[in-house]
Design a protein around this ligand. Sequence first.
Ligand code: UDP
Length: 236
Amino acid sequence: MTAYKRVLLKLSGEVFGGGKVGVDPDVVQKIAREIAAVVDAGVQIAVVTGGGNFFRGAELQQRGMDRVRADYMGMLGIVMNCLALQDFLEKLGVETRVQTAIAMGQVAEPYVPRRAIRHMEKGRVVIFGAGMGMPFFSTDTVAVQRALESKCDVVLVAKNGVDGVYTADPHQDPTAQKLDQVTYADAMARGLRIMDQTAFALCGENKLPMVVFGMEPEGNILRVVQGEKIGTLVSA
Ligand code: UDP
């Protein structure tokens, strides 16, 4: 038995790059194995990838670029992560569709929500790329929006280097404590930084649960889907 029927997995760009610029094929292969295990368990899964391993609009803006153009560069970077993930999933025999919010017919389908649901019902992994297709948004917000529109039961936020939500930044504050569970209201009142504020508010308002957990050890994505209590559950 699994805890969820349909899940939305958010992977930040950082995960794809293994901490560097670009895509680390070994890392993507490992992620693909984990997603394949979720499909094998009979759970429908869609993925939203970030793009911070290539470009972040706000960072390029600080270095003199126009924000809008920089954000579009960010969105194009995201698509490269999607294609890498698609490739490794298909090598494992998992059927996959990439849907992008910016039309690019040669490499992906356009974003069509009802079609995305249909793909998932057929056991295909849907990878949503190019963010929302609009500057000034983050892929955190996209993850929540796509999860809501495609009727996912939960948003799974897989992190690099941290295994859940803490009372403070565990890399800076040695007294920080990991929380097993927290409500959206409590997290907001305490100023806990989990996703960006827009994403977080959208999730809370729509009572969509979120599980924040670490990518390590391998197999954690399946563990969460099977209902094992790892990471932090954020709920309304
Ligand atoms: N981006 C955007 N609109 C969106 C999603 C993303 O403009 O709907 C741009 C933005 O510049 C962002 C970059 O794409 O910095 C990469 O996305 P994000 O920073 O969310 O990636 P992550 O931090 O998850 O790797």
